[in-house]
Design a protein around this ligand. Sequence first.
Ligand code: NI
Ligand code: MN
Length: 227
Amino acid sequence: MATTVTWYGHAAFGVEVDDVKLLIDPFLKDNPLGAIKPEDAEADFILVSHGHGDHVGDSVEIAKRTGATVISNAEIASWFQDQGIPAHGQHIGGGFHHPFGYLKLTLALHGSKLPDGSDGGNPAGFLLTTPDEKKIYFACDTGLFGDMRLIGEEGVDLAVLPIGDNYTMGPDDALRAVKLLGPKHVIPIHYNTWDLIAQDPDAWAERVQTETSTTPHVIKPGESFIL
Ligand code: NI
Ligand code: MN
């Protein structure tokens, strides 16, 4: 049993757990790094971390075409339901056993207004425990916070962290996040989509390699990491 995590650029991911297909924050059409087109995306579930356009992305279109269920905080879940899309609302600290594993919403320090100005509740990250007990932490858009240590206590196999700065943690704080979380593997995201969040992921990976016992993986949009 393996879990395949494929980066589609920016914060968009496809995750395949057994035969269940997840999309996370599928911002594809307007994504300068978008590795697939929304019309080619497959999903049984779509996880939306917060209301910003570069995360909600093409979720509505993809959900309507595929019949996927959206999972997000309760406010965003209602926003999708109001558009006739099946959605499952959770909230920070709350977990639920889905067909792809146990998904818990985690704290994220960020905003969450939806593209049409609706209240998107509190932003979240995702802690996924797969059926074979692997833990993947998607920090999503957030600043550094000390309670990442509590998430790390659960034993994180793979952490996916923003390094872009300006809107989220930059490289220095993302390195501190690695030290708090202590994951086996880390993948940097949310950089180089626009000039405003330009970063050198290889230089960051070098620091992770030197200063922590975590293995960094710099992957290109369209590439996968198998856990
Ligand atoms: Ni955001
Ligand atoms: Mn973002």
